[in-house]
Design a protein around this ligand. Sequence first.
Ligand SMILES: CC(=O)N[C@@H]1[C@@H](OP(=O)(O)OP(=O)(O)OC[C@H]2O[C@@H](n3ccc(=O)[nH]c3=O)[C@H](O)[C@@H]2O)O[C@H](CO)[C@@H](O)[C@@H]1O
Length: 380
Amino acid sequence: MRAAPRILLLFGTRPEAIKMASVIAALRRHAAVTVRVAVTGQHRELLDQALAALQLVPDVDLDLMSAGQPHRALLGALIESIASLLEAERPARLVVQGDTSSAWAGAMAANLCGVPVAHVEAGLRSGDLAAPRPEEGWRRAITAVADCHFAPTATAAAALAAENVPRGVIHVTGNSGIDSLLAMAARVGASPSLGASVTSFVAAAGTRRVVTVTVHRREKDIAAVARVARAVSILARRDDVAVALPTHPAPQALALARLLAHEPGVTVLPSLDYPAMVRLLGLSHLLLTDSGGLQEEAPALDLPVLVLRDTTERPEGVAAGCAWLVGTDPARIVAAATRLLDDAAAHAAMARARNPYGDGRAGERIAAILARLHAGDGSD
Ligand SMILES: CC(=O)N[C@@H]1[C@@H](OP(=O)(O)OP(=O)(O)OC[C@H]2O[C@@H](n3ccc(=O)[nH]c3=O)[C@H](O)[C@@H]2O)O[C@H](CO)[C@@H](O)[C@@H]1O
């Protein structure tokens, strides 16, 4: 009797868990493959919060994060532990997602061990190795060792083709983050107790319009964070606005929270669990962010987004009219936000623009391709 080939999915952070969840669920419906899930624990607390919200239980937990660990020490530990895991598990394929250090280390360890790599969310490029660093470099390195590339959009597929990745191994699937978002928005809509940690903020906001702000990119220097803080403090003084500031363990997010903690119109929230974040986004009038995942999610919820970065690897949202790239200049941020707060037609045009990131079925498409690729490779 032939054993079904194993597909190992590996990740370590909150956004990866959110974007892998639908791929894992869809792959588990294919009897021709055995699905194994391993987590690195790269961002322990936020990962665990997301796993719980998604009802996802990993088969293996490498638990590699430790307090005060320098990033380069984490990278070494990741390579060592993932290579040992691959030797023990002997999967037919490793699947990684996006651009985190866990994804990079997984792809490099698999290359070392001769395990083929599939990359979910392939082909994103800012064109600048320094923004975001290290993610832009990690993406390019993963592309170099993968032999199966799941591009979320035609733009991402074209970026891969321009780097000479053969067309036959590039698949345009949509972004799997939209699958999880739509599923979670439906769950949150049906259950008032889900994501209840934002309820008191929402009650206090009353009739004021909610402006949600998140900043956590590690390449942002403190001066850039201070510029964003200045812009947010000006917006928060409007009597028709309530600013929600969910934090993050990254120093940039903590610095922004410190700078805005005493502004009366700003509510600093802890890092929200995924249902609470989805509830907050659903109630927001405007989103200001440097997050990658939030740039994708906002258009699917008809929420205009101002991107607090100078470049983005997600030009589709800007081209579709769902997002404006505003950088970190306070005057520019305030002018854009003021326009969207005061000009209902401008806000409506942005909210109505078509979401370019997917239809909620990316996980199904990715799973079908992986199952087809490995259906014949069982071992005796
Ligand atoms: C450079 C870059 O763009 N890199 C991205 C990066 O991550 P990111 O920038 O998207 O990271 P975050 O902002 O942390 O996550 C976002 C998710 O978290 C939810 N959320 C947010 C705040 C909160 O309080 N509670 C929550 O639940 C939110 O709804 C959303 O789903 O890694 C990904 C994986 O490889 C890549 O895809 C991706 O390119």
